[in-house]
Write a protein of this length. Structure first.
Length: 412
C-alpha cells in the first residue's frame, strides 16, 4: 500500500513539480490504506497527459495549469483566467480534456481486453479528465452543466480531495491491474523526491563491473592489493587485472569517499530508514508511513539544530523553537500536527545511524510508543550525531511545542 510514481518522460516545468507534490499529498491523505499510482508525462496520440491518478476507483486524468485566478470558459469558445497580473488566454480546456480523455480510453481499451476483461470496456467511458489550477483559483458556477457533463471538472488543491471522494467508476482496479497499465504504457517507476529511477525486478543494488555489486568490486580490489603485498612477484601477474578493475571502479571509489565524508542524511537515507521502520510498524500491527519531503526537511533541520546548539530535547533551550513551531516554514499547515523523537551519539554521523536511532527508540517504551503512533507519514533524518523522527497526524492544530514522553536515548 502507499503511493508509487511512474513517468513517460521527466517533468520539464517547475510548476508541474510543485502541483504534483500537492496532488500526492492530497491523494495520500484521502487514500491512506489503498495503493495509488501517480503517472506523469504520459504520451498519447494527441499530446501528453500531465498526470493520471490510478486508485481502486479507476483512473483520473489531471491537466495541470500554472495559473491562479478566476477562470472563465465553457464547452465552446475561448477560455481565459483573470489573475492579479492581468487576463491570460487559454486553449479550450473542455475540448482539450475531451481529446486527452479519449486518447487515454483508447489505450485503456486495449489493456483492458488483455489484462482485465471483467471490467468491461463500457465502464472505461467513466474516466474523468479534469483541469487542475493553482491554489485559490475559482471557477464560477453556471458555465458548464456538471449534472450532464460528469467526466469534466475544474479543481484546485482545496477542492481535489472532496471531488476524489465522490468519484466512482463502477469497478475496482486491483494492484495487478495497475501494474498492467503502467507496463503496457511503458512507464518507468521513479522516486518523486530524488528523481531517480526505481528497478524492482532485481535485488535493488546498483550493478558494476562484470555485473557485480559495488561492495564486491571493493572486496576484489582489497584482495588484489593484499596478494601483491603478501606474495613476492605477484605484482607483475595482477598488474593488468588491477588496472582494469581500478578503471571500472575509479568513479565508485570516489563516490564511496564522498559517502564516508557525509555529515547528514540525504533523502534516500531517510527513505531507507522509513522503510526499515515500516517493517517494525507492520510487525506491530501498525499502518506503514509514507515518505514526505516536507517532513524530511523538517526532521533534518531539527537534527541540525540539535547539533549546532549541542542539546537533546524537543525544544531548543536557547531559541525556544521546536518541530511544531517550525513546521509552517516547510509547507506544513497549522492543522498538520507533528510529533518528534530525538536521538544522539557522541561519535558524529556514521553510516546507518538512521537505523541505529530507530533500534534505540524501539528499545525504550516512551519512544517506541512515539514511533508506533497513528501517523500518515514520517521521516528520520540525522546530522552529526543527532537524529530526529517526525510523524505526521491530524490529532490537533496549532504550533505548541511538544512535551512528550521522557526517555530520549543518548548513546555514548
Amino acid at each position: 500500500m502507499g503511493i508509487r510514481f511512474f513517468r513517460g518522460q521527466k517533468t520539464k516545468f517547475e510548476h508541474e513539480h510543485h502541483q504534483l507534490k500537492e496532488i500526492a499529498r492530497v491523494v495520500m491523505k484521502e487514500f491512506p490504506d489503498e495503493p495509488v499510482y501517480l503517472l506523469t508525462n504520459v504520451l498519447v496520440a494527441n499530446g501528453e497527459l500531465d498526470c493520471v491518478v490510478l486508485t481502486r476507483h479507476g483512473p483520473l486524468i489531471l491537466d495541470l495549469k500554472a495559473y491562479s485566478g478566476t477562470i472563465h470558459g465553457s464547452e465552446n469558445g475561448k477560455w481565459q483566467v483573470e489573475t492579479k497580473d492581468g487576463v491570460h488566454s487559454l486553449p479550450n480546456l473542455f475540448i482539450q480534456s475531451k481529446i486527452h480523455r479519449q486518447d487515454f480510453i483508447d489505450k485503456m481499451i486495449t489493456i483492458c481486453r488483455t489484462h482485465f476483461p471483467h471490467i468491461g470496456e463500457i465502464n472505461l467511458k467513466k474516466i474523468g479528465s479534469w483541469a487542475y489550477f493553482c491554489k485559490d483559483s475559482v471557477y464560477p458556477a453556471g458555465q458548464i452543466d456538471f449534472r450532464r457533463v460528469k467526466w469534466f471538472r475544474v479543481v484546485t488543491v482545496e477542492s481535489l480531495a472532496e471531488k476524489l471522494r465522490f468519484t466512482d467508476a463502477g469497478y475496482t482496479l486491483r494492484p495487478e491491474d495497475m501494474d498492467a497499465i503502467v507496463l503496457d504504457l511503458h512507464l518507468q517507476e521513479y522516486s518523486f523526491f530524488t528523481d531517480k529511477e526505481i528497478n524492482r525486478s532485481g535485488a535493488g543494488k546498483p550493478k558494476g563491473f562484470l555485473r557485480t555489486t559495488r561492495r564486491q568490486i571493493l572486496l576484489a580490489l582489497v584482495i588484489i592489493v593484499a596478494l601483491v603485498l603478501i606474495i613476492p612477484g605477484m605484482n607483475m601477474m595482477v598488474t593488468d587485472t588491477a588496472t582494469g578493475a581500478a578503471s571500472a571502479g575509479g568513479t565508485l571509489l570516489q563516490s564511496v569517499s564522498k559517502e564516508t565524508l557525509k555529515s547528514a542524511s540525504r533523502p534516500s537515507d531517510s527513505s531507507d530508514a522509513l522503510a526499515y521502520l515500516n517493517q517494525i510498524r507492520e510487525h506491530n500491527g501498525k499502518k506503514p508511513l509514507f515518505f514526505d519531503e516536507r517532513l524530511y526537511n523538517l526532521s533534518l533541520v531539527r537534527a541540525q539544530d540539535m547539533q549546532q546548539y549541542e542539546y537533546l530535547a524537543y525544544v531548543n533551550p536557547r531559541t525556544g523553537t521546536c518541530a511544531n513551531s517550525l513546521k509552517t516554514r516547510y509547507e506544513l499547515s497549522i492543522d498538520e500536527n507533528v510529533v518528534e523523537s530525538a536521538y544522539g551519539q557522541w561519535n558524529g554521523y556514521t553510516r546507518g545511524i538512521e537505523k541505529q536511532a530507530i533500534d534505540s527508540w524501539i528499545k525504550e517504551p516512551g519512544n517506541k510508543n512515539q514511533l508506533l503512533g497513528n501517523y500518515s507519514a514520517g521521516s528520520v533524518s540525522c546530522s552529526g550525531g543527532y537524529c530526529s523522527f517526525i510523524g505526521l497526524n491530524y490529532d490537533r492544530t496549532g504550533n505548541e511545542c511538544q512535551t512528550g514522553p521522557s526517555g530520549m536515548n543518548m548513546t555514548p
